[in-house]
Write a protein that binds this ligand. Structure first.
Ligand code: SF4
Ligand code: SF4
Length: 867
């Protein structure tokens, strides 16, 4: 107990925390409970046992006598405020605080800084005249984002914020906005929203970019986004966002948005009424129903995806329905299902904080999943061991304790050799194997033949590093694994995922907090689209189409007989279209002409269709080929749910009204269902979710009322179940986990003199449809080809020069960037700019089990170009 202003109160933590717990307001201008204590501003000075101390950094000790409200302290704060006003002109919460202290700004002569306002960055505005040197921005950048952009230079009254280069835009800033969000003076502000508009309202929703699923607070003024901040109480992102989620929202009101249905007449797409367009699409799909297929959208909500596959299955009578999980994480689902029985992340993002080792495999996590990346960086900075397996020296690889720079295409021998090293070192968790695993007796002799030394020539990784990585993983208290498309988008993608599962099985790193196997899902709702049955082989909830009992349940609910045989995957759809066997296709929110591999062949397939419908926000490369284009709504304009990469089902809430002329996608699909004789009874998003819950055991306990705060992680088997943050605590979905025995089968491109890896960069998302219609374009105008200086010199290529890539499939053009982020023999290219035509080069090699394309290895040649 302490005596606080003559009151006896419980001591807890620091004096500041004790005061606040006791309801005593106390200023602390440089304090934020998410950050380390700064103790810079001295605004929280209190009198403790006769001495003046900073409450934020002084522990509350039993028996202390503390005063916060003496006349001396009030005078001290007033004087502190006067000094601040002599040196700065703060706005925001500090302006209000100083006013409450009775400061006037008249007391001392002004010594304010005169540096010009920096507006060089597309999103951040820096006005040092408002800075009070509280250093919150410096700590937020370091401790939330792990970026260390800021330092304070000078001393005393001359201390000022610095970022190492003249213009802020040239600094190492990644545009996360954490510093802006925390700045209490508006010294740092959003460039186009220095002050909150008076009438702004806030809507909480889920980010529409990547599968992390950050929660947004969208501030809306006059039906436009004024600014976006991270929801502070969100489990996923705890107030933090990346440059896409926080800033890249201009696309929603971009002048290129489609605002009317388009119908092709005489070779040209012309505006049409909704009635005419819906009638035409319904009529043509009824006519061609036996030869039709649908590609659903991982950008769109669970409810929209559910109705899309329902329409195809029950309305048109075909299982030819797939989604972009096919081209990214279908191998994760298949590989994990084979090992554990369920094909989804075993654990939660929050577990990162409890892990003492993080193994990141084939994932450029700080660029592709930035908030998970920031959490992993923070864990590493706090002392967790970081092991990265990646052919590229990415940001996270450069931070790692061990970087296994594997040769592209050699994942299978490398993962097997890690397992071999665990077995040989006697580090197998035999109790776990005995209790919960099958296949050990077959597996052990086979894996002992995969020693790191035996496969080093294939993998390119020194055996000593492999053995050290294996030792550290197997001896860690809580080793947590994340993997990305560098594992799945390969010829043996599914089998590679199973081999990663083997590592967790061998060490018993499953079924508890801080461990597991966790695929980093790509698009915002790729997990949900797969959950909803946008797969030719599965009804919602991964219930097989050839399971007669499951089928009967859906037939009873939907009132139609359903097809019993598996439908076509995306690559099979394209092949069937090229052969003329598939005649109608409906592509919902995907730009396959730009993002699918071997795009020359994709375009040929689309052009061969008798009838192509595209539902989109913009006239994408795919939409340009359509017979009918239907303008949908963006995630900022509709209601529903997304399911993120940790199986968390979260609400999507409309912040804006749909742009005039567009319709929410759910309404478009419902109109088509009605026009083709399958009217949807429960038409609202929440009604559709109730229908989903009734038919999908893993969503059985989900309803909108239960998703209000942080959502629920499936399985949610009943309305009173609180969700499942950790899978397999007591048993695996298939009973016992299975150890996979996998032999290496090299991809046709393995061993090429130059192997191309394609992937994403931080500033853009997939086809760039949204981010390229935002100021992110200024941050990264186009795609660049990363090439090692040695490979560049051998080909006469200079940094910044234009180059041509050639493969057996086609050619692409980009600007060369000479860098040792890639090894000799490896080049990297992103695919966000349609002008690059990156996927003209990628080929038709696919994962042996799921048809997922091998985006991560294509044999290419590179040469200087005038293009
Ligand atoms: S925006 Fe993010 S990365 Fe850039 S300076 Fe601020 S906190 Fe650091
Ligand atoms: S990490 Fe992903 S979900 Fe989060 S703000 Fe960035 S793009 Fe959105």
């Amino acid at each position: 107990m302490i005596t606080l202003n003559q009151r006896r109160v419980e001591a807890s933590g620091t004096l500041l925390e004790t005061c606040r717990a006791a309801g005593i307001p106390i200023a602390a201008l440089c304090y934020d409970q998410r950050l380390s204590v700064g103790g810079h501003c001295r605004s929280c000075l209190v009198e403790a046992d006769g001495r003046y101390v900073a409450a934020c950094s002084t522990p509350a000790l039993d028996g202390m006598s503390v005063l916060t409200d003496s006349a001396e302290l009030a005078a001290y704060r007033r004087d502190l405020g006067e000094l601040m006003l002599a040196e700065s002109a703060p706005l925001g919460s500090v302006e209000a605080e100083l006013s409450a202290w009775g400061t006037t700004g008249q007391h001392y002569a002004s010594r304010r800084q005169t540096a010009p306002v920096d507006t060089s960055h597309p999103y951040l505005r820096i006005d040092l005249a408002r800075c009070i040197v509280c250093r919150l921005c410096e700590r937020a950048c370091a401790e939330v984002q792990g970026q260390f952009v800021y330092a304070f230079e000078g001393r005393g009254a001359g201390a000022h914020l610095a970022w190492g280069v003249e213009k802020f835009a040239d600094s190492d800033c990644v545009g996360c906005g954490a510093c802006v969000a925390i700045c209490p003076t508006h010294a740092l502000s959003d460039v186009d929203c220095e002050r909150e508009p008076a009438n702004a309202r806030s809507v909480r929703t889920t980010c529409g970019y990547c599968g992390v699923g950050c929660q947004l607070e969208v501030h809306v003024d006059a039906d436009r986004v004024a600014r976006i901040e991270g929801a502070h109480d969100a489990a996923v992102n705890r107030g933090h966002l990346c440059v896409k989620g926080r800033y890249a929202h201009a696309f929603a009101r971009h002048r290129e948005r489609l605002t009317a249905p388009l119908i092709r007449r005489n070779g040209r797409l012309e505006p049409a009424s909704w009635d005419e367009a819906i009638g035409l699409v319904a009529g043509e799909f009824l006519r061609l129903r036996a030869f039709s297929a649908g590609l659903s959208s991982s950008r769109c909500t669970n409810e929209e995806n559910y109705l899309f596959q329902k329409w195809f299955r029950a309305g048109l009578g075909t299982n030819n329905v797939d989604c972009c999980a096919r081209v990214c994480h279908a191998p994760s689902a298949a590989g994990m299902r084979a090992s554990f029985g369920t094909g989804a992340a075993t654990n939660s993002f929050a577990d990162i904080e409890g892990a003492d080792l993080l193994l990141i495999v084939g994932a450029n996590v700080t660029e592709a999943h930035p908030i998970v990346g920031a959490r992993i960086k923070q864990a590493a900075l706090r002392g967790a061991t970081l092991i990265v397996i990646d052919p590229r020296n990415t940001e996270i690889a450069a931070m790692a304790d061990l970087h296994l720079q594997v040769r592209p295409g050699a994942n299978v021998p490398l993962f097997n050799s890690l397992a071999c090293a665990i077995v040989e070192a006697g580090l197998v968790n035999r109790a776990f194997i005995n209790d919960r695993v099958e296949g050990w007796d077959t597996y052990e002799p086979l894996i002992r033949r995969q020693a790191p030394e035996a496969v080093a020539a294939l993998t390119g990784v020194a055996p000593a590093i492999v053995r050290e990585a294996a030792r550290r993983y197997a001896t860690a208290r809580s080793p947590m694994m994340f993997h990305g498309l560098g594992v799945t988008e390969h010829y043996q993608g599914s089998e590679s995922v199973s081999l990663l599962c083997n590592l967790a099985i061998l060490t018993g790193a499953l079924g508890r907090a801080g461990v597991g196997v966790n695929p980093l899902r790509g698009q915002n709702n790729v997990q949900g689209a797969a959950d909803m049955g946008c797969d030719p082989g599965f009804l919602p909830g991964y219930q097989s189409v050839d399971d007669a009992v499951a089928r009967a349940k859906f037939e009873s609910a939907w009132g139609r007989v359903l097809p019993a045989h598996r439908g076509l995957t995306i690559p099979e759809m394209h092949e069937a279209a090229r052969r003329g066997e598939l005649r109608a296709m409906y592509i919902f929110g995907e730009d396959v002409a730009q993002t699918d591999p071997d795009s020359g062949q994709t375009v040929k397939a689309l052009k061969n269709l008798e009838f192509l419908v595209v539902q989109e926000l913009f006239l994408s490369e795919t939409a340009k080929l359509a017979h009918v284009v239907l303008p949908g709504a963006s995630f900022l304009e509709k209601n529903g749910t997304f399911t993120n990469g940790e199986r968390r089902i979260q609400r999507v809430r409309a912040a804006l009204t749909p742009l005039a002329g567009t319709r929410p996608d759910l309404e478009i699909i419902e109109a088509l269902m009605a026009a083709t004789g399958l009217p949807q009874a429960a038409a609202s998003p929440s009604g559709v979710m109730d229908e989903i819950a009734g038919l999908t055991p893993i969503y059985a306990g989900v309803s909108y009322a239960r998703l209000e705060s942080d959502g629920l992680q499936w399985p949610v088997p009943s309305p009173d179940h609180s969700g499942t943050p950790i899978l397999y605590e007591t048993t695996f979905a298939r009973g016992r986990a299975r150890l996979a025995c996998v032999e290496f089968r090299p991809s046709p491109s393995f061993g090429a003199s130059l192997g191309l890896i394609t992937g994403r960069v931080l500033e853009h998302y997939n086809a760039g449809t949204m981010t390229r219609r935002s100021p992110n374009l200024r941050l990264r105008p186009t795609d660049e080809l990363e090439i090692h200086p040695r490979d560049a010199a051998a080909r006469g290529i200079k940094d910044g020069a234009r180059v041509r890539l050639r493969s057996v499939s086609g050619e692409a053009h980009a600007t060369a960037r000479l860098t040792d982020r890639v090894s000799p023999g490896v080049v990297f290219l992103s695919f966000h700019d349609p002008a690059t035509t990156a996927n003209s080069v990628t080929g038709d090699v696919r994962d042996r089990l799921t048809d997922c394309p091998e985006y991560k290895l294509t044999a290419v040649e590179v040469e200087p170009s005038e293009h």
